[in-house]
Structure formats: C-alpha cells, structure tokens
Design a binder for this molecule. Sequence first.
Ligand code: SF4
Ligand code: SF4
Ligand code: SF4
Length: 275
Amino acid sequence: MAEYIKYVDVTKCDGCRACMVACKNWNDLPAEPEEFQGSVQSHAKVTANTWNVLSFIEHEDSKGNLDYLFRHSSCFHCSEAACVKVCPEEAMHYTDFGTVDVNSDKCVGCGYCVQNCPFDVVQLATYKDKNGKEYKKAQKCTMCVDRLEEGMQPACVTTCHTDAMEFGTKEEMLKKAEKRLSEIKDKYPNAMIYNPEGVGGTHTVYVLAEKPSVYGLPEKPKVPTSAVVWKDYAQPIGKMMLGATSMALVGAFVSNKLFNKEGKGHEEDGGGSHE
Ligand code: SF4
Ligand code: SF4
Ligand code: SF4
C-alpha cells in the first residue's frame, strides 16, 4: 500500500484550534482543565487525552518585526520510530499507511515509548479496573487510522478551514510542500520543510516559516542509540540463541536497564481515570 502523509503548512494556519476540537470529538477524548498559559495556547504540550495542541509563538524576525506563529503539533509518525523500536510488547506498530499506532490490548504501560520519543508526543493515561486497581496505557495521535481504513481523511485535516493541513500520498504531499516552500521563501527566508532524516522521515510533514527551534522542535532529532542497539542487534541475535519466549523475559530486564533513564520518570500522566 502507498505511504500517506499529513502535510501541515504552518503559514496558512490562523490558530483557530478547530483541529484540537475535531480530534477530541472524533476520538472521544475528555476535556482537561488547564492553567492559563499566558497566551492563546491552551495546553503546554500534548497529553494522553489531548493528542494535538496548537502551539502559539510570538517571534521577532530578522528585520525586527513581531510575528505570530502557529503550529499544529501531534505525533510525527516517524518512519524509523523510536517508540516502535523500544516497545517490548510490540504494542507500538506501523500501520499499512506508514503511520504508527498503539495496540492498547498489548500495551503494558511501561512508558519506554514516552521516554524515547524524540518529540515528546506520547504519554501514559491512567485508568482503573473494576476492582479500583490502577493501570496505564500509552496514548497518542493515531492519525485517525480508523477513519483511514474507511477511506476517510483524519478528522483534524477535514476540519481545517484554511487548508493548512492536507492528507495524501507521500509523493503528492512532498511535491506540494516543495512548491509551497518556493512560494514563501521571499517572505520567510528561513522557511524549510521539516521531515527529519534522523528518524527516517516522518508521516506528519511541515512547511515551517522559521527554523525548527523557533517552534520548539529539535533541529536534528534522531532515534536514541540505545533503542537501535536493542531492536536491531541485541534482540534478533538473542531470539536466535534463546528462542522467543526466553527472549521476552530477557527483553523486559534489558529494556528496563536501557530505557529507564534517570531524571525522566514515566509516570507523566495526562489521562483521567476510567472506571
Ligand atoms: S513522534 Fe514519537 S510517538 Fe510519534 S511515531 Fe515518532 S517516536 Fe513514536
Ligand atoms: S507503554 Fe510500554 S508497552 Fe505500552 S506502547 Fe509504550 S513501550 Fe509499548
Ligand atoms: S490525525 Fe486524528 S488523532 Fe491525529 S491529531 Fe488529527 S484528529 Fe487527532
């Protein structure tokens, strides 16, 4: 199947936040009370129950002019996704569209995906079972894979009234991005296409008006080395030598050692409790 991309042209976004509402609505995500951020931005970043956030940036350009920049931020659906590499349960997985989804039935809430995502866009939600016992599950933008499977576009894309977002084949969307970049270069000399090679390219691709750091994005994100060593070398060799069942036990131990970074706990909850 062809790979698909959500193409986001931030220069067309007017900050209306309809994409946030559409995402909540389609995915049945609860509202979250938030502290005032000192600007029109509603949430500091994505949470387990808010899968996209409209970032608002006041920026002084190279000519000293004040500009208001917006960015629809959500999962990048990396081609070489750190979350997929580190997940010991194969809960994080690639879909037929090239995007990345979480299988909640398989997720054990270990939080390694949260710790290793270079973009900080996956979080753990806390739930309660019928006996009141808490458990956690990773939550993030699914690229509305349930809609894609029915031939529909992502909810956020269909609701965008300025055409700042489009969804289509990788080839078609990358062509649009190149064309748009050439149109805006005079107005925005620092404009660029953000589709980072360090994560194999992404399936949410931006045309940015300024360099990535202005939008709070890493300039050169990459898959953490520990994740590559684990998934691409240690795990395949271990499976050959030990067999899949023994390797699952070893996997839990090694994953814990490799990915449980100090100073970045995985108890960062954005989720409400669901009885
Ligand atoms: S942006 Fe983070 S959560 Fe999304 S696919 Fe990439 S590594 Fe996974
Ligand atoms: S929390 Fe753990 S099991 Fe669940 S998706 Fe993330 S890495 Fe996989
Ligand atoms: S693609 Fe779907 S899940 Fe992802 S931000 Fe848009 S509406 Fe939300």
